[in-house]
Design a protein around this ligand. Structure first.
Ligand code: FUL
Length: 505
């Protein structure tokens, strides 16, 4: 008996992570197209990581600054006990699945012995100039079985060719080194800063060329932020949007690349304001010329700054704050990118380790028991059991595409107290749900526990604790037949955490 709704081979082949809207398309056509845009395989892999980390380290660690000048003496980079295995182990123990190292920040200092400049670890006393932080981190990631990514700042305050075509060539050489010498690279992270170089000139970045180069050398890597695969959530607070669509308008889709029908091609360049309150509502896609799957990454630092500063040792975010951030990033259809900056010893500081351990315990204590497990499911649709089979790839859906609402009733195994709802849509089919309500049965009637708008890859909602043996999820609005891959009910390990924080600014 089939207990799942697999995506048929034909469906899978015809589904893409973009759609072109022809002039004259009706609103209904556009909504249907939006509901059928899906994540690319590399985007799906990335989304399923849920937790990723940044390691910001470099000359700023030693000058106690957030941004350097490009004039630093490489000799100041001199960690006494640098141990990348400790960084990766600490991250892995916190449930982090991929890390991104600042191979070069805006100051231009390279953490690997590059042939492109003298401004690198090869001219620092650390390991007598024979050290390579990129290699150390890449190897530790392989050893611990987690993903590895690089941050390479386009802005370079040190390079004398910055502001000329030669800089674009130099940047390609730096990418070549990073993407060919260290094994598999899973993410390349470009931020948007574009300041002046040493000669006062600004650079016109040749992003198209860089993207093509990355696709050629590491086709599975996601290109984030100033890149086509992953979007900045619009704030550095760790708080995503309550309504977060992964399908957003893109009016600059390259029609030629798209016509070639190749997922390898980079068919669009990110533009537009990423800070808006909602980015992919019906109103926003109504006049779009194209649509793309462009999911949100939520970056935040565990400390006030991105780099290590001793004065911030007692300002590390608490386990409770990190839990709130977890609900508001991973729980809002995003991937969390949590920065954990190594200190001047070259170690993750004890304060950060302690906070991460506390956070991990809170998540474990909350999510290890799903009160929906083993429930009897009543729903007007197909593959009801798929919602509780622990497999993301299988999902419940309604009987036909026209059924854009659904009621899913769960008779729990006994009475339980819970205050967290977890929902997942199958994003290999598309993101569709627009409005849902969770109700529980008490005193002979249905009472509202929580309500929400979008779901996407994962939605976590907190509410005042309720005690019940019967709940129902009503999907009130969806762009096409909705899917639910998994459903969960949990009791928050943190008392009094039943609030929905909104601290985007
Ligand atoms: C920003 C940079 O300017 C910060 O220093 C930091 O690297 C952050 C993640 O991206 O644009």
């Amino acid at each position: 008996m089939a207990s799942s709704a697999p995506v048929s081979a034909q469906d899978a082949a015809s589904k893409q992570n973009f759609a072109i809207i022809q002039p004259g398309a009706t609103e209904a056509d556009i909504i249907r197209k939006a509901a059928n845009v899906v994540s690319s395989p590399r985007q799906l892999r990335w989304q399923q990581l849920e937790l990723t980390a940044f390691f910001h380290v470099g000359v700023n660690t030693f000058t106690n600054r957030e941004w350097g000048t490009g004039k630093e003496d490489p000799a100041i980079f001199n960690p006494t006990q640098l141990d990348a295995r400790q960084w990766v182990r600490v991250a892995k123990e916190a449930g982090i699945k991929q890390v991104i190292l600042t191979a070069k920040h805006h100051d231009g200092f390279c953490l690997w012995p590059t042939a492109t400049t003298e401004h690198s670890v090869k001219n620092s006393p650390w390991k007598n100039g024979n050290g390579d932080v990129v290699q150390d981190v890449a190897e530790a990631c392989r050893e611990y079985g987690i993903g590895f990514g690089v941050y390479l700042s386009p802005w370079d305050m040190n390079s004398l060719v910055y502001g000329s075509d030669a800089y674009n060539d130099l940047f390609v050489e730096q990418l070549t080194e990073l993407l060919t010498k260290y094994g598999r690279v899973d993410e390349v992270w470009f931020d948007g800063a574009n300041g002046e170089g040493p000669n006062g000139k600004k650079q016109v970045y040749d992003f198209d060329r860089w993207y093509r180069h990355i696709r050629k050398l590491q086709p599975a890597a996601t290109i984030a932020i100033m890149g086509p695969d992953v979007r900045w959530v619009g704030t550095e607070t760790g708080y995503g949007r309550e309504t977060e669509w992964s399908v957003v308008p893109a009016d600059n889709l390259d029609q030629t690349a798209t016509a070639a029908n190749s997922q390898q091609a980079v068919a669009f360049k990110p533009t537009g304001d990423m800070r808006g309150e909602v980015l992919g509502s019906r109103e926003q896609i109504r006049n779009a010329k194209g649509l793309v799957w462009y999911p949100a990454e939520t970056d935040v630092s565990i400390r006030p700054g991105w780099f290590y500063h001793p004065a911030e040792d007692d300002k590390v975010k608490s386990p409770e704050k990190l839990l709130d951030i977890y609900y508001s990033s991973v729980g809002r259809n995003g991937v969390l990118l949590l920065n954990i900056p190594p200190d001047t010893r070259g170690l993750i500081h004890e304060s950060d380790v302690k906070a991460l351990q506390g956070w991990t315990k809170l998540r474990h204590d909350t999510f290890s028991k799903n009160f929906a497990e083993g429930a009897k499911v009543k729903a007007s649709g197909k593959y009801k059991k798929a919602m509780l089979d622990g497999k993301y790839e299988t999902h419940f859906t309604t009987k036909s595409e026209r059924d854009t609402t659904a009621t899913i009733e769960l008779k729990l195994k006994g009475e339980h107290t819970f205050d967290v709802l977890m929902l997942q849509e199958n994003i290999s089919v598309g993101q569709r749900i627009e409005k849902f309500v969770l109700e529980y049965w008490q005193e002979g009637q249905w009472q509202k526990a929580a309500e929400g708008t979008t779901v996407g890859y994962k939605r976590l909602l907190r509410f005042e604790p309720v005690t019940a043996s019967k709940v129902r999820l009503r999907i009130e609005s969806s762009r096409l037949n909705p899917t639910i891959s998994e459903i969960g009910l949990y009791k928050n390990a943190l008392e009094g955490a039943a609030y929905s924080a909104n601290e985007r600014e």
